[in-house]
Ligand binder design. Sequence first.
Ligand SMILES: C[S@@+](CC[C@H](N)C(=O)[O-])C[C@H]1O[C@@H](n2cnc3c(N)ncnc32)[C@H](O)[C@@H]1O
Length: 315
Amino acid sequence: MTDHPDDLSFLSPPGQVADWRMMVLFDAVAGAGVFAELPGTADDLAAALGLDPHALRVALDALRAWGIVERDDGEGRYAIGPQAPSPGATAAIRQHARAVRRWSASVGDRLRGVADDRAAGTLEPEVFLDALAEAARSTAPQVVDLCLTRFPRARSVVDLGGCHGEHSLEFARRGLQVTMQDLPTMIEIAQRRGRLASAGVELFAGNFFEELPDGPFDLVFCAGITHTFDGDHNLALYRRLRPIVNARGGIAVVTFLRGRQPLADLFAVQMMVNGNGGDTHAEADYRAWLTAAGFRVDDQPVDLPGRGQSILFAT
Ligand SMILES: C[S@@+](CC[C@H](N)C(=O)[O-])C[C@H]1O[C@@H](n2cnc3c(N)ncnc32)[C@H](O)[C@@H]1O
């Protein structure tokens, strides 16, 4: 039986990555609905879920190697094992399996100039959202601390592309008035789950290239969105944001900066295979776009150790 590494995401530090075999098997078995049906024999589970009993037995037996399931050797019944991942870790593993598939299928194509233009979050939005939430839960308090140290008078914030809402929730805990914007699919998930509304976060559904909440806001918070777009989109976004930033506030761009931390360069692969024009843009690019949009960028980015990301503040 093998312990899992601490970081089950595809952005764990080089050399500390989780076992790809476990992730691919776990994702397939989870996606087929098997864990929710356990305990049961392979035949019973396969009959209930419309699966191939031989393939299911092979996959479940293999997952025993990580303690994710266990089998009663007498009756041949499978049950959840002692090392089964938590819901948050489940999301990280399932998103990791998607990265394995995407990287193995697409990097070679990309080298030959062939792009897959399906954005990462559009295929199974809840797996994507839960995986990002798992990563953000551990970093959001530090990120929000840094924002409020930089803008101590901030009372209102808009969390653009807020997705899971972990940053919005952390801002709300600090007493700020929070608006979270995302595309309608993500806002519908947030509304259905209810956590954000009950914490007082106002939800705004809409494409931020077309509409924005009125504001103005003391802080415009852009985490994890700018690297998913090319330079033209970044510049257009900052120009749209300028009028909704209050005089006493500013903008925080949380992103991977090319060449600044090793994980940023790894993350560029994920942006490349997403085929949406995203990239780990260089600090100089962000400076040029933000300046052209009328912002004054702080002299130095602030690094978030361990995640490969940095924050650029501007007023
Ligand atoms: C990579 S996620 C980042 C989530 C979160 N901010 C974080 O840091 O973990 C990007 C989010 O931006 C949203 N998004 C992408 N394009 C958008 C647009 N044009 N308008 C509004 N939201 C958008 C996506 O739906 C997704 O939830």
